[in-house]
Design a protein around this ligand. Sequence first.
Ligand SMILES: C[C@H]1O[C@@H](n2cnc3c(O)ncnc32)[C@H](O)[C@@H]1O
Ligand code: ZN
Length: 450
Amino acid sequence: MSILIKNAYIVTMDKDGAGEIPNGFLLIENNLISKIGSIDSIGDISGDNSGDADSISADTVIDAGGAVLMPGLSNTHTHLGMTLLRGYADDMALQSWLETKIWPAEANLTAEDVYYGSLLGCLEMIRSGTTAFCDMYFFMDETAKAVDAAGIRGCLAYGMIEFGDLEKGNKEIAMNEKLVRDWQGKAGGRITTMYGPHAPNTCCQSFIKRVKEAAERDGVGVHIHVLETEAELNYMKENFDMCSVHHLDAVDFWNTSKVPILAAHSVWMSDGDIRLFAEKGVTVSHNPVSNMKLASGIAPIQKMLDAGVKVTLGTDGCASNNNLNMFEEMKTAALLQKVGTMDPTALPAKAVVEMATVNGGRVIDSMTGVLKAGNKADMILVDTSKANATPIFDVYSHLVYSAAASDVKTMIVDGKILMQDYNVLVMDEKEIMKKANECALSLAERAKAK
Ligand SMILES: C[C@H]1O[C@@H](n2cnc3c(O)ncnc32)[C@H](O)[C@@H]1O
Ligand SMILES: [Zn+2]
């Protein structure tokens, strides 16, 4: 199977390569990008002089009509099944939100709920340009089935919470081990797995150490919430005389020489914590909308980038955001750093696009996040024929400050077209929304009855 995309403004995100290609073409063969270049001067960029785009034959030809062709966005922190809890509990701080609303509702979740909630999440991601995501939740077999059916890429972790209870910890770790065993590399490699210890204040140090050992044994990463709120920082200081980062450093948790670590939030980081993350190679998933909505704080992202920390972007779950819109997340990330530092040069547009593409892609699959020959064919077309795209002086400025998620018109993942000209080809949208809505209402009823 081959797909030729022509007449595109290509944003490759390839630092060592082409950068942007104004009148570009891209050829996909099977699930890989095989050629990329300029229609005007073939060979200058790809080094391939095999002919112009019109002479390249393909099973499917997409005329981009000047749209931006770019790597798909990677949402590196979410809880996909929580689409069912969108708007279930708003305007609260994290701890009381979790303890009084979210956890009691989640206690009533069924496998069917998470299946339809995850399909709904996949649909929302396809419509808004997200080709890959990192998840941490429950009933993860159901999320894996949804990812398999939807055709996107998912890195799935089971959310383990044990509160120092050894027996509970054993059960939780067994669940995550099963997820890794059953789903690592499945769906043609679109599904990968991680271990998901929830947070340093909900899982004890020895449990998290055990989880890290299991991850190293299985060769998969670890996805954890860390220093999300000042309350967590204070709790750790009061109980352990140190912050979460140093508490876990005491058991060498942040050592990434064998497996990657994805630290969601990392809002209340000291300069020492930032240096440690940079030295150890920890990746931070920044989730600005959730951090603002829960009033958790402003993560020092510009400081982290200056120190050499790898930073990606995520939405968090739909109960604290309340959507999976990475365009909104990119704009919010940029604006929040500027106002947080009172420096308008903080987190410029191109750096944000890098976080959402190159850096996020690297966490999920090293052959994604950049459009170049040999990489996997995960990409989106962003419509530029609209009023909000007129004029475009700088494409990164456009993508971060003026583009909308609803401008995404076409998505390809692993060489397969999931959405073309705004038509989602891989699922029955109305049916999924209907089922998910039924599950959400029934879940809320069950939670209320308890
Ligand atoms: C996997 C568990 O994590 C819970 N969760 C959802 N959002 C957040 C957040 O911002 N911080 C901490 N925990 C969160 C989710 O409800 C599951 O219980
Ligand atoms: Zn989260």
